[in-house]
Write a new protein. Structure first.
Length: 332
């Protein structure tokens, strides 16, 4: 936290990108500090993943202002260097092992890890389409995403609970995709177009993570898609409706506390719901909707996805998997 505050303080205002990254990061770090003070560790880690990746991406771009906005040769030199750095981080990640870290930590790490190469891969096209500054921002984000995953793996926790059954969540993600596609109708599709883009981005991430067998990360991305889609469809609760949401929250917290397994992913979203309920009671309407979505949609979706995953037999270590890709030529 102290290091990130220092990095943020060192950045100078260069226009729109600074405004998009640095002030929100400072606000986010203040919120993370409050979450940690309140014991909402997993919520703090979830937010840290977002703000750290964005800030370090900006810092990387700012450190290479000597590259002109249309100097693709200079950009390619930095991109090649970053490829080497990412390869080194990838070797470290593959060589490591997960210990007793809670599922929420691993899920956050895998979701971050899954961003690294796609950000790197997209950096050159983005640089060519806009300017090298934005391509460099992507490169910095790629390194920060990989580094954050290694940071999560290095975290140590006392004790350990029974592991949850984690398999492919493709069925759940595909079902969400169908719901989103059905809901994409005018006027909502026009009025909330940017929100639909965000939802589909989470669905895409969940699908890719599942294909890479990063199933904890896939579950996290799927639930974030459920949360984002829920925000689109859920109304703001009236003041008199908040007690019922609080009661449902308490019942879920009690249910998962008695489960006897690692339910830290559910705990993360229940912690987030508790924070939003506090804000809703203070008069923040958007927080009331966020809490309702988490309690009525996200946590139940988590439970349902795990129930389906538990019914799928685990693959044996020596099982060979063959991926078949069907290609259909146009007009045939």
């Amino acid at each position: 936290m102290a290091r990130l505050r220092k990095v943020a303080a060192e950045q100078t205002d260069d226009g729109d990108l600074w405004k998009q990254i640095v002030p929100p990061t400072n606000t986010g770090l203040d919120r993370i500090a409050k979450d940690l003070e309140a014991g909402r560790t997993f919520v703090a880690l979830r937010a840290l993943a977002i703000f750290r990746v964005n800030l370090m991406g900006y810092a990387f771009a700012a450190a290479h202002l000597d590259i002109a906005k249309d100097d693709m040769k200079g950009f390619d030199t930095q991109r090649q260097r970053m490829d080497g750095e990412l390869r080194h981080l990838e070797e470290k990640y593959r060589a490591g092992q997960w210990g007793n870290q809670p599922a929420a930590v691993r899920a956050t790490a895998e979701a971050s890890w899954g961003m690294a190469r796609p950000l790197y891969d997209g950096s050159r096209d983005y640089a060519a389409a806009t300017s090298t500054k934005y391509g460099l921002f992507y490169l910095g984000q790629a390194r920060a995403a990989a580094d954050f995953a290694l940071f999560c793996r290095a975290l140590r926790f006392e004790g350990s609970a029974g592991q949850i059954a984690v398999r492919s969540f493709a069925v759940d993600t595909d079902a969400l995709d169908v719901k989103v596609e059905t809901a994409y109708q005018s006027p909502l599709s026009i009025e909330r177009h940017s929100d639909f883009i965000g939802i589909n981005a989470w669905i895409k991430r969940a699908t890719e993570l599942d294909q890479w067998r990063l199933h904890y990360g896939a579950l996290y991305a799927y639930l974030e898609g459920v949360r984002s889609f829920g925000d689109l469809q859920t109304t703001v609760p009236k003041k008199e409706e908040l007690p019922a949401i609080e009661q449902a929250h308490a019942a879920l917290a009690k249910q998962f506390a008695a489960a006897g397994r690692d339910q830290s992913i559910a705990q993360m979203y229940l912690e987030l719901a508790a924070r939003e309920l506090e804000r809703a009671q203070a008069g923040e309407e958007a927080s009331g909707r966020a809490a309702r979505v988490l309690v009525e949609r996200v946590v139940p979706a988590y439970a349902a996805a795990l129930e389906r995953a538990a019914a799928v037999p685990a693959a044996t270590p020596n099982q060979k998997v063959v991926t078949v890709t069907l290609v259909r030529w146009p007009f045939t």
